[in-house]
Design a protein around this ligand. Structure first.
Ligand code: UT7
Length: 338
């Protein structure tokens, strides 16, 4: 749908990835795989992995603090924290509440949002509604994951694909005509089986049997998710552009979910966009799920690939199955202190 009324946009951006990297070469000594297979099928060369004991809220809090600094906003000005994650620290309390405490955003309401790798874009759209209605002024939307903690390191079909990291944005009011112009959110629950962690919830509570059957690890039917992604990425971006009264010819920058270079290329092709307009960093981080779009956004800004007045499109897909697109006319004041 088209977004009307006041301008709601991103006024600060930050990201954080753990220091330790795991290269494709390193993976060759863990499972039967090769650098050649991983690069040619996915585009991934390395990924960042948390140290033992580090959890999603730790990464989320670092990214949030950087986004607050970038926005020139203090933690006690934040009205709401939304954390999109598939790897919360624990089932409850929410990771958003843990972040609220870590960054001392004592006035903020807080909740987690579960939409798989589409979670960050879902979170942006959700958060923007509170500002649009005038209820809240400043909102932190964070995508944060420690996927390395839920991977089956015996399963070469999945363990080579993912990485850890966090990205955060501060949402606030921007001049009319800027900010979020149009969105597209969707879900197809019939595809839930294709990407899941079977045990640890109410359907299959943890037992010694569920652990020995390795049911607490991520399971994926890669081919099914691939086919879904190729179909939905382009379609959803086009719908969000339509809803903004724009077409792909108006797009200056595409920031797609970073899962696989072949999926990204097919979305670019569907939108008839040259790859120079597409932000790609899957080679360095692997698939960081809900964190991938805000991490890529932060890099795009640092590399001067996104500037005021540009039209940028975020598009994601993921577990659920879900998809989400958001078209933004970019406007961000430079708050850097010199
Ligand atoms: O954020 C959403 C999360 N998920 C995704 O985005 C994943 C979407 N899917 C994909 O990216 C791709 O489907 C994969 C990268 C997961 C797999 O690529 P593919 O081209 O669809 O390969 P495939 O699953 O058809 O497997 C081809 C072969 C198989 O061997 P056989 O049966 O042909 O002998 C696999 O066993 O490659 C084998 N294989 C591997 N070989 C070496 C699977 N994983 C590996 C591996 N190293 N890591």
């Amino acid at each position: 749908m088209q977004v009307k009324n006041k301008g709601v946009g991103i006024i600060g951006v930050g990201s954080y990835v753990p220091e330790k990297t795991l290269t494709n070469k390193d993976l060759e000594s863990i499972v039967e795989t090769s650098d050649e297979w991983i690069v040619s099928r996915t585009g991934i060369k390395e990924r960042h992995i948390v140290a033992p004991g580090v959890a999603t809220s730790d990464l989320a809090a670092y990214a949030a603090e950087r986004a607050l600094l970038d926005a020139g906003v203090s933690a006690d000005e934040i009205d709401l924290i939304i954390v999109a994650t598939a790897t919360p620290d624990m089932l409850f309390p929410s990771t958003a509440c843990l972040v609220q405490d870590k960054i001392k955003a004592s006035k903020a309401a807080a909740f987690d949002l579960s939409a798989g790798c589409s979670g960050f874009a879902y979170g942006l759209v959700t958060g923007s509604q509170f500002i649009q209605t005038g209820l809240y002024n400043k909102i932190l939307v964070i995508g944060a994951e420690t996927l390395s903690t839920i991977l089956d390191w015996n399963d070469r079909n999945t363990c080579v694909l993912f990485g850890d990291g966090a990205g955060a944005v501060v949402l606030g009011e921007v001049p009319a005509g800027y900010g979020i112009l149009g969105i597209d959110l969707g879900a197809d629950g019939s595809g839930g089986e294709f990407l899941k962690i079977p045990a640890g919830g109410s359907r299959l509570p943890a037992t010694s049997e569920s652990v020995s059957q390795r049911l607490h690890y991520l399971q994926m039917s890669g081919n099914d998710v691939f086919k879904f992604a190729v179909k939905v990425m382009g379609e959803s971006a086009v719908k969000a552009l339509d809803n903004s009264g724009l077409s792909s010819a108006d797009v200056d920058c595409l920031i797609p979910h970073q899962a696989n270079i072949r999926i990204i290329q097919s979305a670019a092709k569907r939108l008839k966009l040259p790859m120079e307009k597409v932000i790609v960093n899957v080679d360095k981080y692997g698939n960081t799920s809900a964190a991938s779009i805000p991490i890529a956004l932060n890099e795009a800004l640092q590399d001067n690939k996104l500037k005021n007045d540009d039209v940028v499109v975020f598009v994601g897909f993921g577990a659920g199955l879900t998809w989400a697109s958001c078209v933004i006319k970019w406007y961000k004041e430079d708050k850097t202190v010199v």
